[in-house]
Design a protein around this ligand. Structure first.
Ligand SMILES: [Zn+2]
Length: 241
């Protein structure tokens, strides 16, 4: 669940942000993205007034970013309805929302080259994003372990676990214990872009850093990995749920 947004004024304009307290952070930080809006992180015991000191100190930069991402009111929320466009495996599909019989549980999905038909409980149709998330997660749980196995065989290292991340801000990550986690929204990207992220994380099973050795291995295993990153950056807006 998302924390409620706090509200303040920045140079006379109303601004909404989320505040995160993090025991592991020593320094306060500001982050702006289309998906999360402005996120202020504070060390667990820092005074809350620090937020205002920081906003003031960084106001020029912040105003520029908030304008650029159009998120003065908090995270951008995309609306999904029948007729909306959604990328699935990199291909735009028209969304068709249908109601299941009253009292029915879960959802039903049908995907073809042009459409994604989702049948769900009638009360979900106004905001189908939780159902879309469930659908993308189930795609991810099917697709990502297979691709991981494929690339793992190339580097001859196997992960201890593959999980579909809860609300990771990164596309993928690799833990020291060899757990690979991926963001379910990756399933909106084309298969070769997904592969570039999987190959990257799998290479971390050999080198858990971004050293020269790591990049050399990745270049060898997946020579076009930079194209994947570029695509993800370019299509950031299409990958919001
Ligand atoms: Zn990495």
């Amino acid at each position: 669940m998302k924390a409620p947004l706090s509200r303040t004024l920045l140079k006379g304009r109303t601004l909404r942000y989320s505040l995160r307290r993090d025991r592991r952070t020593r320094r306060p930080g500001l982050e702006v993205s289309r998906r999360d809006g402005l996120v202020v992180s504070l060390p667990a015991r820092a005074r809350e007034e620090m937020v205002h000191e920081m906003l003031h100190q960084w106001s020029d930069w912040l105003i520029k970013k908030l304008d650029e991402y159009d998120c003065w009111d908090g995270p951008c929320v995309r609306e999904y309805a029948t007729g909306s466009r959604i990328l699935i495996l990199g291909r735009p599909r028209r969304l068709k929302l249908k109601a299941l019989a009253a009292g029915a549980r879960g959802y039903k999905a049908e995907l073809d080259d042009e459409h994604l038909v989702l049948a769900m409980a009638p009360e979900r149709i106004l905001d189908p994003r939780p159902v879309l998330e469930q659908y993308l997660r189930s795609l991810a749980r099917d697709h990502l372990p297979k691709r991981t196995e494929h690339w793992a065989a190339r580097v001859e290292r196997w992960p201890s676990r593959v999980i579909v991340g809860e609300r990771t801000t990164r596309w993928g990550s690799c833990s020291p214990s060899g757990t690979l986690s991926y963001c379910y929204r990756l399933m909106m990207a084309p298969p070769d872009v997904i592969d570039s992220i999987v190959a990257h994380e799998v290479c971390h099973l050999r080198h858990l850093d971004h050293s020269k050795r790591f990049w050399r291995l990745l270049d060898e295993v997946y020579p076009h990995h930079r194209r994947g990153r570029d695509w993800l950056n370019e299509h950031e807006d299409d990958l919001i749920l």
